[in-house]
Design a protein around this ligand. Structure first.
Ligand SMILES: NC(=O)c1ccc[n+]([C@@H]2O[C@H](COP(=O)([O-])OP(=O)(O)OC[C@H]3O[C@@H](n4cnc5c(N)ncnc54)[C@H](OP(=O)(O)O)[C@@H]3O)[C@@H](O)[C@H]2O)c1
Length: 349
């Protein structure tokens, strides 16, 4: 089988880690990881580099002639509530490609985007969102990076693709931006308090259709499109493929935890959970769980972000399907599989 060399920028991040795992299992890839901190996946070379610093890139990213594919999954630090830097994120991709291009046998560059490309978080959007749907108003580093790749690849031997997933879902427990962890920990706290699992958003939000992206599915899609010539120079939505209403999903999730589903409460988890550390500590002690701090385990503001939209969202998978990517994931099965993994890891009771 043909041997490729992948360079994964952001290999310690949620999706970077899953891409690395799948490439290593595939067996026909050499994998080089880029991040400032060491990635969790073993069996790959790691280069500690600050992509925001062009000089650091020039010093550390040397002698990489074998690199054929770049998987760009880096995202500059973005504390909740602070606007993500467009300039730094745009510079990071540009620094990497500028340093790599003269020395590597580049065939393909893939860059992660997301459905924020269409502005799904700002208000009602096209239903479904297509790759040709308009960009959201305002600035976003996705636009800068996409324009950069489009312009830079002209006349080159390499092509590019981008993906636009929705809410990332993954069994990882060391990334607090996780809707699965937020629901699982909320269920444990409500159960401990002897209360039903209320829906944190408002009743209008309880009725809307939502969607998720399983990261194993996303990694498969990315690796597929990086090698499928018909995908070249295009963007692709990648979501599970189902489109449940929260009001259909929530009672089934509550039932998985053996608790009753409560009504939509219209609260902010970031506020409500602020004084629940002692409840969590008691749960950890009572059930002999792995010691965790509530304020580190879950980013509640991220839970609010996922649970508060009051309009339907759906991304069309037609483009990827037409070119042969048929994988789909049942979101209830995915979330409950994640809950079981948290339980097996002694993170929740
Ligand atoms: N999370 C979601 O729900 C979601 C949904 C849709 C789309 N997306 C998109 O998917 C992409 C990846 O997101 P993610 O959630 O997987 O990100 P993440 O978990 O926050 O990981 C970010 C990665 O970037 C690396 N990084 C950050 N600054 C760096 C620097 N200066 N130099 C080198 N590496 C650096 C980090 O490693 P170090 O800190 O060790 O350097 C880490 O490996 C982003 O474009 C995001 O917008 C995410």
């Amino acid at each position: 089988m043909k041997h490729n060399t992948a360079l994964i920028a952001g290999a310690s991040g949620l999706i970077g880690n899953r891409i690395a795992e799948q490439l290593i299992v595939a067996g026909n890839w050499d994998v080089i990881a880029l991040a400032r901190r060491p990635p969790a996946t073993p069996n790959m070379r790691w280069i500690a580099v600050d992509l925001a610093d062009l000089e650091d890139c020039r010093c550390k990213l040397v002698d990489l002639p074998a690199v054929t594919h770049v998987f760009y999954a880096a995202r500059y630090d973005h504390p909740e509530g602070i606007r993500e830097s467009v300039d730094i994120n745009a510079a990071m991709l540009s620094n990497l490609i500028t340093t790599l291009e003269p020395q590597a046998a580049l065939q393909h560059v893939h860059a992660l985007q997301g459905s924020k490309y269409y502005g799904h978080q700002l208000g009602p959007v096209e239903f479904p969102m297509h790759e040709e749907s308009p960009r959201a108003p305002g600035v976003n580093f996705y636009f800068e990076q996409e324009d950069f790749l489009r312009a830079r690849s002209v006349g080159k031997q390499w092509t590019y693709t981008t993906t636009r997933p929705h809410a990332f879902c993954d069994p990882a427990v060391d990334h607090p931006r996780s809707i699965g962890l937020a629901i699982a920990v909320l269920a444990a706290i409500q159960n401990e308090l002897g209360e039903p699992l209320y829906f944190p958003g408002r009743s209008k939000g309880y009725d809307v259709r939502t969607q998720f992206t399983d990261l194993a599915l996303l990694a498969r899609a990315i690796i597929w499109m990086a090698q499928e010539p018909r995908c070249a120079n295009q963007a692709f939505n990648v979501v599970n493929g189902d489109n449940p209403r929260w009001c259909e999903l929530w009672p089934r999730l509550a039932s998985w935890f053996g608790v009753k589903a409560g009504a939509a409460r219209g609260i902010k988890l970031a506020q409500t959970m602020a004084d629940k550390s002692s409840v969590w500590d008691a749960i950890v002690k009572k059930h002999g769980l792995r010691p965790t701090r509530l304020d580190e385990l879950v980013l509640w503001a991220y839970g609010d972000y996922q649970l508060s939209p009051e309009w339907n969202v759906r991304s069309s998978m037609d483009r990827a399907r037409a070119l042969g990517f048929q994988d789909a994931v049942d979101s209830y099965e995915m979330l409950t599989r994640q809950f079981a993994q948290y339980r097996a890891a002694r993170i929740i009771p």
